[in-house]
Every structure is written in structure tokens, then in C-alpha cells.
Design a protein around this ligand. Sequence first.
Ligand SMILES: [Zn+2]
Ligand SMILES: [Zn+2]
Ligand SMILES: [Zn+2]
Ligand SMILES: [Zn+2]
Length: 308
Amino acid sequence: MLPMASGNSYIDDLRNKPEVIDPPQNKDMLDVGEHVSDTAQSALKPNVTVTSSVRDLLDCPVCLNSMYPPIYQCSNGHTLCSSCKPKVHNRCPTCRQDLGNIRCLALEKVAASLELPCKYQNFGCIGIYPYYSKLKHESQCAFRPYNCPYAGSECSAVGDIPFLVNHLKDDHKVDMHNGTTFNHRYVKSNPHEVENATWMLTVFSCFGQYFCLHFEAFQLGMAPVYIAFLRFMGDDSEAKNYSYSLEVGGNGRKMTWQGVPRSIRDSHRKVRDSFDGLIIQRNMALFFSGGDRKELKFRVTGRIWKEQ
Ligand SMILES: [Zn+2]
Ligand SMILES: [Zn+2]
Ligand SMILES: [Zn+2]
Ligand SMILES: [Zn+2]
């Protein structure tokens, strides 16, 4: 925690009233920096104003992202992030002077002294993190919102699970089903058109959780195939508590698959491209359909259960 101790003195300088900082209080603040708790948040409150103005200094004036070392400055002291620096042709974007190669070590050290709440605070995360490790935490924060699991469009909706369930229902008109078993008939005319597109998404609700059943056509090399797989609307650690089986058949034939649902943290494409599901060659699919090759008719039955 030594860097923090020196970091606090930077903040003290900025506050310009070092007399209000007494050592025991300072020590408390060092301690809470390592533990994430409610007390950490209240103990940090006196610092909030300073923190937010210093944090503004750490926003790159060009791309507006947070800056990380090396942070650069022109000879007049205007700062710039390292990814914008190569793009400004050695000219300070603020004052148009030559930029040179001057690092802003002071600002880098001030950043190291900062502790900021996780950006998913509004989603329930109470964590407070040193500036330089905040990004890493946020990339793995359990409260970070999920992407919309619908695969048929470039949907940019993000949110928690209850939000996404409503979004799938209202905006994508997805079929919703209650229960641990399902039995669906899929019919598709003109099965010779295999577009890389979602064919069907159904949401199942059971065990107080939601599961997405994807069923779609895609091109595997030269061969058109169909794939069916289940995704869990939640994190991977929870998804592992469930198993599912799928049976697809018709015309006296049947294929079965047993798997573990994948978290929707894994993109639809990632799951599909890892073939973690029931894969049906198109010829087999047409066989299921009765062999007239005019339309595709499957019966898909499945079951979801909770492992002990
Ligand atoms: Zn930038
Ligand atoms: Zn400048
Ligand atoms: Zn967080
Ligand atoms: Zn969506």
C-alpha cells in the first residue's frame, strides 16, 4: 500500500488544506482500500469531491476515455492518452503546439492514488477499486449487465435478467414457456436456403431461472447444418448447476443430445462455433422431415433438470 500513501499526499496537495488530514484517519482509509464493504464507502465519502474533479482530469480530452499510463502532455501541460497520441501528428489537440514526448508522471501517480466505485454501482455492486484495477474488475464484475441473447439481429440492449426477459418478450416477440420439459414442432419451407441467421429462439422458465433454446441453420464449411443448444440466462457458475437433453426426430428417426447450458455471457456465436449442442446434418434433417425434401419438419423434445 506504499504507493497509496504517497498518492494521498498528492490528493492532499490538490485539496490545498493539508491541516485537515490527521494521520490516524489516513491510516483508516488505507485499511479500507483493501476491503470492499459498506464501511469502505462511508469512510471514503469525505474524498468524493476531490475524487470526482481528479477523475475529470483523467478523461482524455480527445477520446473522452479514462487515461492509463503512459499519459502524455504538451509543453504547456495539456494531457492526452497514449492511444490518441499517435493520431494527432505530434500536435497538441488543445493548444496546437508541438507535442513532443513528455510523460505526465504526476497525473499517473495521482491516478494510482484514486479509489473509485465500480461503474456497475447502479446494478448493485458496492465495490470500490484502485483506479488501475477498476477496469479489470469491471470486465468481470458479477453485476455487469448482460447482452441481449437474441441472435437474429444486431441488438444492443443490455441489462439484468428480468429486464432482458421482458425485452425478449416485448421487442423480439420470443415465445415464452413455463416448465422443465418442452415439445416443439419446427416447420420451415424451402430448406435449401440456408442463411446464417437465427431460426428460432424460445425462452423457458423453470427453477426460478430462464433458459434460451436456440435452433438455427448455419453453414459449416460447405455443408448446411442445423444446431440446437440451450443457454442459461445468468452466470456460468450457476449454469453449471443445470443439465438438459434434446431429442430431435421424425419419420422414425431420432437423435439425442445431453449437455450443460452455456451462460449468455458466452456469445451466441461462440457457443454455436464450438458446436456445443445438437448438430444435425441437413440430409439427416430432411430425412427426419419425411424425405420429400420440400420442407423441414422436426419434432424437438427436451428436458431441463437441476444437478445435485
Ligand atoms: Zn484519448
Ligand atoms: Zn497543449
Ligand atoms: Zn463491480
Ligand atoms: Zn434484443
